[in-house]
Design a protein around this ligand. Structure first.
Ligand SMILES: [Zn+2]
Length: 240
């Protein structure tokens, strides 16, 4: 794993390509605003039908380059067998201490794939544990200030949307870096619904979310706490 660097934002996901598909546009937007953004993948995707581990390692490096990530790590946990256990919480907590992000992006906890569900729970616990002084981890205690949960296209109760209209094409470019999974002649493109490619899904979902707030494309997130507004008069999105 590459030597960690100090980050502003760390996105944690179970598999290579999860981050790009679910919150890639938002991460690209943050990079464009000068933030240091990193991604941690828990598994290397070796249970996927297509592509070798080496293929997928090269693909996620290329996707990271497209997005402009400052750092990308992978814990090489077993694909499709990521367990919600203390050992894995501590591995993630060590990365949080090493990279010291203010914001962490996790998968939403409602999931079809058990790895995504486990990643959501592990990530939250890791954020907490990383801040404990006496826990058996290297480095200084660090607890991210904010955790947001990326929609994985299942949950509909979003807390807020991010306008990714200007980042949408680059997001698609980052996902396209996963050639073994989503290349033109590959049936694995149709991972969500038969006959629907991941690009069609991102476009449809991104556009329908965008239309709800008056922009071309958006990504959805959930938070567990309330949103504090300073000035209701200037809140974005028209009511009528
Ligand atoms: Zn996944």
């Amino acid at each position: 794993m590459a030597d960690p660097v100090k980050l502003d934002i760390l996105a944690i996901a179970a598999h290579p390509d999860d981050t790009e598909i679910t919150c890639g546009g938002t991460l690209i937007k943050m990079v464009q605003r000068g933030r240091k953004v990193g991604a941690l993948d828990l598994a290397r995707g070796e249970m996927g039908t297509y592509g070798t581990e080496e293929d997928r390692d090269a693909e996620r490096a290329e996707a990271a380059r497209v997005m402009g990530l400052a750092w990308r790590g992978n814990l090489s946990l077993p694909d499709s067998a990521i367990e919600y256990v203390q050992e894995n919480k501590l591995k993630i907590a060590q990365v949080i201490r090493d990279t010291r992000p203010e914001l962490v992006v996790l998968p939403h906890w409602e999931q079809r794939h058990p790895d995504h569900h486990a990643c959501s729970l592990l990530g939250y616990d890791a954020c907490f544990l990383a801040g404990l002084k006496k826990i058996n981890l290297g480095g200084e205690p660090h607890r991210p200030r904010k955790i947001i949960y990326a929609s994985y296209y299942r949950n509909l109760s979003n807390s807020f949307l991010v306008d990714i209209s200007d980042q949408f094409e680059k997001k698609c470019e980052a996902v396209a870096a996963y050639k073994s999974q989503f290349s033109d002649n590959n049936i694995a493109r149709q991972i969500f619904h038969p006959g629907v490619t991941v690009f069609e899904l991102m476009r449809d979902r991104g556009a329908s979310l965008g239309h709800m707030v008056g922009v071309a494309y958006a990504e959805a997130f959930t938070i567990k706490e309330q949103i504090l507004v300073d000035d209701p008069q200037t809140m974005p999105v028209r009511s009528i």
